[in-house]
Design a protein around this ligand. Structure first.
Ligand SMILES: [Zn+2]
Ligand SMILES: [Zn+2]
Length: 225
């Protein structure tokens, strides 16, 4: 979702026109970046902005208030756990992200490991990069690094169904704050990309794929693309 940009179409949605850009791509609101936001650390999420986006119902791409319907990008593991740590997006921001992000566009088969050299401090004394070296890895996202790519799905939900919860975690999973997926009504459900080839035995059970089959049978609109 916020890995280095692809060379895809740069057809930028109007609401992103004023956003800071780097390498020709709008820098997502939740991506770690130096103060002027034009020098991001692709693939790294800013925990404070992540929480603000979730709690204040902001789009994770443009940082503006969400509209109805809200779009979620989900992995099978999120659905199994009943919570996603990824803030929602607008429809057009989500479509833009799907085109530009190499992970969502299916061009990457493995998540980027953290490259510590990218955490270079700048000369701006007011920039948040002063604290980067001391911050802990984001527990919501570090398990993904270096791991084979999972399948990703796009769902649309009603904004009135958007609920933030805290999952306390257990011996195997850290606690996370995120959007409650249990009993959440999906207005639409589409597969964006498949899991990395040959990793089926290392992937979680894909109940979202099953759900699409069920929805298709009952005419509720689901597409395995
Ligand atoms: Zn800086
Ligand atoms: Zn947006």
């Amino acid at each position: 979702m916020n890995s280095s940009p692809t060379n895809g179409s740069d057809d930028v949605p109007e609401r992103l026109a004023g956003s800071p850009t780097a390498q020709g791509m709008a820098v997502p609101y939740i991506t770690v970046a130096h103060r002027d936001r034009s020098r991001p650390v692709w693939g790294q999420l800013d925990p404070a902005r992540l929480l603000t986006a979730l709690v204040d119902r902001l789009c994770q791409i443009c940082g503006q208030p969400l509209e109805d319907p809200a779009v979620l990008h989900l992995r099978p593991a999120d659905y199994l756990r009943g919570i996603t740590p990824e803030p929602a997006t607008h429809q057009d921001c989500g479509a833009y992200s799907t085109r530009m992000c190499p992970m969502l566009a299916g061009q990457m088969q493995r998540y980027n490991p953290v490259v510590r050299d990218e955490f270079t401090r700048c000369d701006d004394p007011a920039c948040g990069c002063r604290t980067w070296g001391r911050s802990e890895p984001d527990p919501n996202h570090t398990p993904r690094e270096g791991q084979p790519a999972e399948a990703w799905y796009r769902v649309e939900i009603g904004l009135s169904d958007y609920r933030i919860i805290t999952d306390p975690g257990n011996d195997h999973q850290p606690s996370i704050v995120g959007i409650d997926l249990r009993d959440l009504r999906f207005r639409s459900l589409h597969r964006i990309r498949d899991a990395a080839p040959g990793t089926g035995d290392r992937q979680p059970v894909d109940l979202l794929a099953t759900l699409i089959v069920v929805r298709t049978l009952f005419g509720e609109g689901g597409v395995l693309s």
